[in-house]
Design a protein around this ligand. Structure first.
Ligand code: URA
Length: 192
């Protein structure tokens, strides 16, 4: 726990890339650092930058609804982004920015050692699962990496843009719920 707080402190003061000049807040993450399930988005948007918390805008509301469908809450899991500061105008993070930020996420994963990682969207899946991840084909599939089960869901913002993807995402959420039932000990509310 001390190491987690140390990492957070270091991350909140980070000046390793240009995003530190334009950010309002660093968005380190939210939830339980000892959670078994880790969700990883892309990068903070305007609302997240203002509030210092991931997924607090419209996409975040949808994410909360998706989690609720399978008995999850923000308190039972951990949510972060692969890049911790907002890219101006919500452009995709640059490689230099991803490189500068990678160590924080790596260390978060090391300290948490989650059983399941869920990537939200292609950019996060390309960063975490494999570089050439095809979100339209490979969403909902589990990949094992270093003893961690990893999968990707469509990004909630993509679901807001294209609601036709929602039924497939519901199927993916059910797969995630089954995996949690199979390998996690203290994540689903029904198990309390
Ligand atoms: N989109 C993301 O990928 N992360 C956030 O925190 C908010 C929107």
């Amino acid at each position: 726990m001390r190491e987690w707080e140390e990492l957070k402190k270091q991350c909140l003061a980070c000046r390793s890339c240009g995003l530190c000049e334009t950010r309002t807040n660093v968005v380190f993450g939210v939830g339980a650092p000892d959670a078994e399930v880790l969700l990883i988005g892309e990068a903070p948007g305007a609302n997240e930058d203002e509030q210092g918390e991931p997924f607090v805008g419209r996409a975040g509301k949808l994410l909360d609804d998706m989690l609720a469908m399978i008995g999850l809450t923000r308190q039972k899991i951990y949510i972060t982004n692969s890049v911790k500061c907002r890219p101006p105008q919500n452009r995709d993070p640059l490689n230099t920015e991803k490189d500068a930020c990678r160590g924080y996420l790596r260390r978060q994963v090391e300290l948490m050692h989650p059983k399941i990682i869920v990537c939200l969207g292609r950019i996060s899946a390309a960063e975490i699962i494999k570089e050439d991840f095809k979100i339209t084909k490979e969403h909902g599939q589990f990949f094992e990496r270093g003893g961690i089960q990893m999968m990707a869901l469509y990004h909630p913002a993509a679901l807001l843009r294209d609601p036709h993807k929602k039924p497939e995402t519901f199927e993916d959420l059910k797969k995630l719920q089954s995996k949690i039932r199979e390998i996690c000990d203290h994540t689903l509310i029904e198990y309390e």
